[in-house]
Design a binder for this molecule. Structure first.
Ligand SMILES: NC(=O)c1ccc[n+]([C@@H]2O[C@H](COP(=O)([O-])OP(=O)(O)OC[C@H]3O[C@@H](n4cnc5c(N)ncnc54)[C@H](OP(=O)(O)O)[C@@H]3O)[C@@H](O)[C@H]2O)c1
Length: 216
């Protein structure tokens, strides 16, 4: 599939871009500037050492070209980016990865009035554009360690069943278990759980704590 990662030059985006490229997808790494996208993709291509490649693009061009678009932009800037690129995003499958953190140490998440960041993005784009919440509870440290298997579960939620199933398939393709986490409203729990995880990382002096559900 043709996958665009907007803000793909950052921590979470780089990990996802490399993982999807290694799974055989055509990945465009988006940035606000072509130059930064090129720098990031050369670094990622070097890390992948010929096993796969990713390509650079400005965010708008990446969104336009892709079938599925990941939003890996810091939450304070996410809505403005979605508004600005709305016409390119409409009708695509959008994966919202963001967590509305208001403080990092100690971590605090403040959910928006729409309920969650994912629901706020869904509201901006309208119901005809499926928004899926995923990769909110997986650390970028884990995603970027491409030689290591992913061991935590990935929670995936959406009000659009077909889009949710497609994202769950992509999750499984990168070697992790996708758990159907119901409708988009459940992104609220996922976003709060991430603040819990970051706090645990800080208390246990780790950078990669994740969730594993039992008896599913
Ligand atoms: N890091 C994690 O472990 C983790 C885990 C779960 C969820 N998340 C979520 O994933 C998202 C990205 O996190 P991150 O840690 O990868 O962030 P990041 O590295 O700080 O930033 C990601 C990218 O966002 C773009 N960006 C920065 N300011 C922007 C602005 N004003 N407008 C538009 N784009 C801007 C930048 O790309 P360009 O300069 O190239 O445009 C940057 O490389 C966040 O919403 C976060 O909550 C992160």
């Amino acid at each position: 599939m043709k996958i665009a990662i907007l803000g793909g030059t950052g921590r979470q985006g780089k990990g996802l871009a490399m993982r999807f490229a290694l799974a055989g997808h055509d990945v465009l790494v988006g940035s606000r500037t072509q130059e930064k996208a090129e720098e990031a993709t050369s670094e990622m291509n070097e890390t992948m050492a010929g096993k796969a490649t990713v390509n650079p693009a400005e965010n708008g061009a990446a969104a336009e070209a892709a079938e599925i678009v990941f939003l890996t932009i810091p939450h304070p800037h996410e809505y403005a980016t979605v508004e600005a690129l709305k016409s390119s995003l409409t009708g695509k499958i959008i994966v919202d990865v963001s967590v509305p953190l208001t403080n990092f140490k100690p971590p605090e998440a403040e959910l928006p009035e729409e309920g969650s960041a994912a629901e706020a993005v869904q509201k901006i784009l309208g119901d005809d554009t499926p928004v899926v919440a995923a990769f909110k509870t997986t650390s970028s440290v884990v995603l970027q360690e491409i030689d290591k298997e992913l061991v935590s579960d990935e929670l995936v939620s959406s009000d659009h069943q077909a889009a949710k199933e497609l994202v769950m398939k992509l999750v499984e393709e990168i070697g992790t278990r996708a758990l159907d986490s119901g409708n988009l409203r459940n992104a609220r729990a996922m976003e709060l759980m991430t603040a819990l995880l970051i706090g645990m990382d800080q208390r246990y002096k780790k950078r990669d704590i994740g969730f594993k559900f039992t008896n599913v």
